[in-house]
Write a protein that binds this ligand. Structure first.
Ligand code: ACM
Length: 277
């Protein structure tokens, strides 16, 4: 299959303008799966709750998901993209939507909220989810989704891989420098393809500025970056791989990456989770 990601600099709160820009940037991209950054059409560093509320939208009946549905139907690609979700429960979530070419959608709500996201978003309540997807030639594969800061918690990628993810789509707005060198490890330790679509540019609240670090990367199950972008460039990256290669987790004749796990000994030895904080 062919996977693509887009790295670019969204304009703050300009949802319509960002959607037009992404459509132009993706023109001619030929892929089975396209991964876009976290909050790709809204911007990230909300200056107020009102700003966040002004762009939060329901899934699937909001403008961002509807546009993704048009792109998926026209191209045959499945899309994964981040957006601020207004849930049925009235809560806002930092979410990623999976949009298939037939228009069907799935939602992941970010579990590990980063920094000021806690001011506007509720913690994700849907857990880590793996979804069925199909390439344009009809090959089924399993698609896991996580968002940005989730990378810091190895349990996120592990949960997805143990549920059978062949590919992990990782929509991001990275500001900490360590993720690009960590994703190859997440791929290696789970033997899974990872696709980190990050943004570039800066956003400010008052005198505080966040700089987004680019360096989007697609990693093979062997833990090698197979496509990577620079820190500041607008880029579409593509990579080809066999999604089912992730499933071959036999390490030696007697070792299986998951079969050799020993969950019964992965305990806290009498300590509680919070005791060492
Ligand atoms: C992040 O989770 N957007 C850093």
């Amino acid at each position: 299959m062919t996977a693509a990601l887009l790295q670019f600099d969204p304009a703050y709160l300009d949802v319509a303008g960002n959607l037009d820009r992404v459509e132009a940037l993706l023109d001619g991209v030929d892929a089975d799966l396209v991964v876009l950054p976290e909050l790709f059409a809204s911007g990230y560093f909300f200056r107020s709750l009102d700003d966040a509320a002004s762009v939060a939208e329901p899934i699937p009946d909001g403008p961002t998901t509807q546009r993704l549905q048009q792109w998926a139907a026209a191209s045959g690609a499945t899309f994964v993209a981040g957006l601020p979700e207004l849930g049925d429960d009235g809560e806002r979530y930092n979410s990623a939507v999976v949009v298939r070419p037939d228009g069907s959608t799935e939602t992941y709500r970010k579990v590990h909220l980063f920094y000021r996201e806690k001011d506007w978003a509720a913690p994700g309540d849907l857990g880590f989810r793996v979804f069925d997807a199909t390439t344009r030639d009809g090959t089924p594969y399993r698609l896991g989704v996580m968002i940005c800061f989730d990378w810091y918690f190895p349990e996120a990628a592990r949960s997805l891989a143990l549920q059978g993810a062949d590919v992990i789509a990782h929509s991001s707005n990275l500001v900490r420098k360590d993720c690009p060198r960590s994703m190859p490890i997440r791929a290696l330790e789970n033997h899974v393809v990872t696709i980190t679509a990050n943004r570039i540019g800066t956003e400010s609240v008052g005198d505080e500025t966040l700089t987004f670090i680019g360096q989007s990367v697609i990693c093979s199950p062997e833990g090698h970056p197979i496509a990577s972008a620079g820190r500041e460039e607008t880029a579409v990256l593509t990579a080809e791989f066999d999604p089912h290669a992730s499933r071959e987790r036999q390490l030696t004749a007697t070792n299986h990456l998951f079969g050799d796990r020993r969950p019964e000994v992965y305990t806290l030895g009498g300590y509680s989770e919070t005791q060492r904080l």
